[in-house]
Structures are given as C-alpha cells and as structure tokens.
Write a protein of this length. Structure first.
Length: 295
C-alpha cells in the first residue's frame, strides 16, 4: 500500500490540474482527486499498466458526474463569479500556479459548455488524450467525442451568443430537419444541411441498420459526407423521432414507450447543420442527459 500511495502522489499534481480545469474550483478538484485515491485503494492494481492514465480516467469520470449533478440541480458551476472566487481564495497568482496556468477567462468560457463538451475539450485540447480514450469516459463513440471537443473549441475560441438564443434557433433548425425528413422533402432537407455536412454513426447504430435493412432501415456508416448523401439517408424517415435536449443542446431521440433507444446529436453553425451523430450504444445513450420536448 505504501508503494501504491507513493505512485499516486507522483500523479497528484497532474490529477489536480485535470480536475481543476473541469470543475473550476480548487476544493472540488481536491475532492475529485481524493475520490480517485479511494477508488484506487479499493481496486486490484496488478493489471493496471498505465497508472497515471487509469487515474486520469477515474478523475475525469468523477468530474463528469459532478458536472452533470450541477446541471440537474440547475446551480451555477461556481458559487461566485470565477474572478471573485479566486480573489477570496488567495489571489490570482497562487491559483494560477496551482492550476498550472489556467486563465480566469478560460474558466468563464468553460462554464458555458455542457458537461460532456467540457470533459472532451479539457482532456483532448489541454491534456492531449486521444478520442479513443475519451470516448468511454463520456459514453460516446470516438467520432462523437471528437465532435464534442470540436463544438467546445468553437465556443472557447469564438464569441458564443446567449445560450437561450442559441437553443431557440437550434430548436427551429432541428425541427425543420425532422419535418423535412418525415415529409420526404429532399429539397427542404438540403436547405437545412450544410453542403459539407458529416453524418457519423456508432457501431451499434450501424449494426442495427444492417440487421433491419430489409425493413427499410437507413443504412448508416461510420461517416457519410455531403448534404445530398445525408438527405437521402433521412428522406422519408424520422417518423418516430422526437425533439429532445441532449446534454443541454437540441437533438432528437427514438424513444419507443418513452425510453430513449437512439439519440441524434446535431452540430449547427450559422443556419445549417454541419454534423449529425447517431448514438445507439445502450451505455452511451444512458450516459446522456435527455429531456424529450414537444415538437
């Protein structure tokens, strides 16, 4: 146990930096790191080849659960504005040293992201984890994890508008897409799809589509490019799809009996859809915060 504790301490600074970037609070980051130690001390460690990577995954999952709990409670991510909190806890200089250079401005922007976006962005853009490693943490496919980070990156480096304004416009665009799909209106689909739109589907969605091809199921692939190809996939379909909020953004779900089975995530830029992710893996779907809304 002593040797294990020493190895854990070697990763403590790194783990705290990961947790701080995700949670924006030094005390909450310390709690997440401590939880990682508790889980490690209760685990069989003989099969852990990369202890630092294992601990990073545990901390990331603890932080993701915490961020989702915040959102469910509809609380602010920080008790105070970041600048006020940092001043109270000892000033910018000390906090910056502890956080390894995290800027207050970045923390403010990170608070605008959904939990899954924040985790994907932090792990990939700030700690260089691969999307294959990030995918199981956020409960998505590798392609979907990439899309989460890309969406987060645009917000971090851009000038996002007010969330409620964004959501209203998202809802209009996704509703138009669903209506065009149900009505088989190819032209209307092209109007809401970016010419370079990319449709991505996870392995479960591809497998289910292949198994039900004789019943007219859309034939998904890992990636399908271009508005015409994507419009052809969805034309005349989505009859049972329902508008939904997925991790804070507007999407759609196939939910027979009210139980979500397949989720459709949309990435929207300007007035058009630039990306669609089809998620059918049961564990990934369960990992989403889903609220079905009226069309």
């Amino acid at each position: 146990m002593h040797d294990l504790a020493e190895r854990f301490e070697e990763s403590r600074t790194h783990l705290h930096a990961v947790a701080y970037r995700m949670l924006g609070s030094r005390s909450e980051a310390e709690d997440a790191v401590q939880e990682a130690w508790l889980r490690l001390s209760r685990s069989e460690t003989d099969d852990i080849d990369n202890l630092r990577g294992w601990l990073t995954t545990v901390v990331a999952r603890v932080c993701l659960d915490h961020l989702r709990a915040r959102k469910l409670r509809r609380e602010q991510a920080l008790d105070d504005a970041p600048a006020e909190k940092l001043e109270r806890e000892g000033g910018f200089e000390r906090e910056t040293e502890l956080a390894d250079g995290v800027g207050v401005a970045l923390l403010v922007v990170l608070e605008t992201l959904t939990p899954a976006e924040r985790v994907a962005f932090v792990l990939h853009d700030l700690f260089d984890l691969s999307f294959d490693d990030i995918a199981p943490i956020v409960g998505r496919s590798s392609a979907a994890a990439r899309q989460l980070a890309s969406r987060a990156r645009r917000r971090v480096h851009g000038s996002p508008s007010r969330p409620e304004t964004d959501r209203t416009r998202q809802r209009e665009i996704v509703s138009a897409f669903l209506a065009a799909s149900r009505g088989g209106d190819f032209t209307a689909l092209l109007e809401v799809l970016d010419p370079d739109v990319v449709l991505r589907a996870d392995a479960a969605a591809i497998q289910a589509a292949t198994a039900n091809a004789s019943k007219g199921a859309p034939q998904f692939a890992q990636e399908i490019h271009g508005a015409a190809a994507v419009a052809e996939i969805f034309k005349g379909r989505a009859q049972a799809a329902r508008l939904a909020i997925l991790d804070g953004t507007v999407g759609a779900v196939f939910a027979p009996g009210g139980t979500p089975r397949v989720a459709f995530e949309f990435t929207i830029e300007g007035e058009r859809i630039v990306g669609i992710s089809v998620i059918a893996d049961p564990q990934s779907v369960r990992g989403l915060q889903i609220a079905i809304v009226d069309d």
